[in-house]
Design a protein around this ligand. Structure first.
Ligand SMILES: N[C@@H](CCC(=O)N[C@@H](CS)C(=O)NCC(=O)O)C(=O)O
Length: 206
């Protein structure tokens, strides 16, 4: 298996952390995203969405999208779990990952691409600068909501760390450098993020 990836950016980092959590030894192929290698026709054959990470299986099958890659890891290497060991746990993990994606990841990413990252992204995708501020606010609303629901919990799924926690960590850790920080009053969320930050898998990707 080969993982097309890059260092220092959130979606590839999520998959790297999952890989280290599960002690999978994958070949990492670094994609020069700054130079747009991921948008070249040779890469679009692999992932028509033009993004990384991308997992290529030994038979040539391509899997992109962070959630699909992690679910694949879980199928081939269930222990330690990042989704869950029984149906209801897996359903809960998927529910929280989807919520994190919709409430935080998508708006944070759009706020960046349409806002301070506009000059870079407008050469790659259609940007909507007028939406940047609203997306930033929407992501902040998502963080406040998550802070409330995390009260009294260790992770999104109670005492089970699942991939939604990793997604939340990687996005907040990256986008805080772009003017989208977790406000200090969000103590429940901060507590969860701090505990994720200490994991060896996360430190390896820092
Ligand atoms: N929904 C995708 C998002 C992937 C994504 O946004 N990747 C970013 C890196 S964090 C990327 O490839 N950026 C470069 C570009 O869009 O040209 C997933 O889950 O994998």
């Amino acid at each position: 298996m080969k993982l097309y990836t890059a260092d220092g950016i959130p979606n590839p980092r999520i998959v790297d952390i999952a890989m280290y959590e599960k002690d999978l030894n994958l070949e990492r192929v670094i994609v020069d995203f700054l130079e747009g290698e991921n948008r070249a026709s040779s890469f679009l054959v692999k992932n028509p969405a033009g993004q990384i990470p991308v997992l290529e299986l030994d038979d040539g099958t391509i899997i992109s999208e962070v959630t699909a890659i992690i679910e694949y890891f879980e199928e081939v290497c269930p222990d330690p779990f990042l989704v869950g060991t029984i149906a209801k746990e897996r359903a809960e993990a998927r529910m929280w990952a989807r919520r994190v994606d919709l409430a935080v990841m998508e708006p944070m990413s759009m706020a960046f691409k349409y806002g301070i990252g506009k000059n870079y992204f407008e050469k790659r995708i259609t940007v909507y600068p007028e939406a940047a501020e609203s997306m930033k606010n929407k992501a902040q609303d998502g963080l406040v909501w998550l802070d409330n629901v995390l009260a009294g919990k260790q992770f999104l799924c109670g005492d089970r760390m699942t991939y939604g926690d990793i997604m939340l960590y990687c996005y907040t850790d990256y986008f805080k450098k772009t003017g989208q920080k977790v406000e200090s009053g969000l103590v429940h969320l901060t507590h969860v993020l701090d505990s994720i930050a200490e994991r060896p898998s996360v430190q390896k990707t820092a």
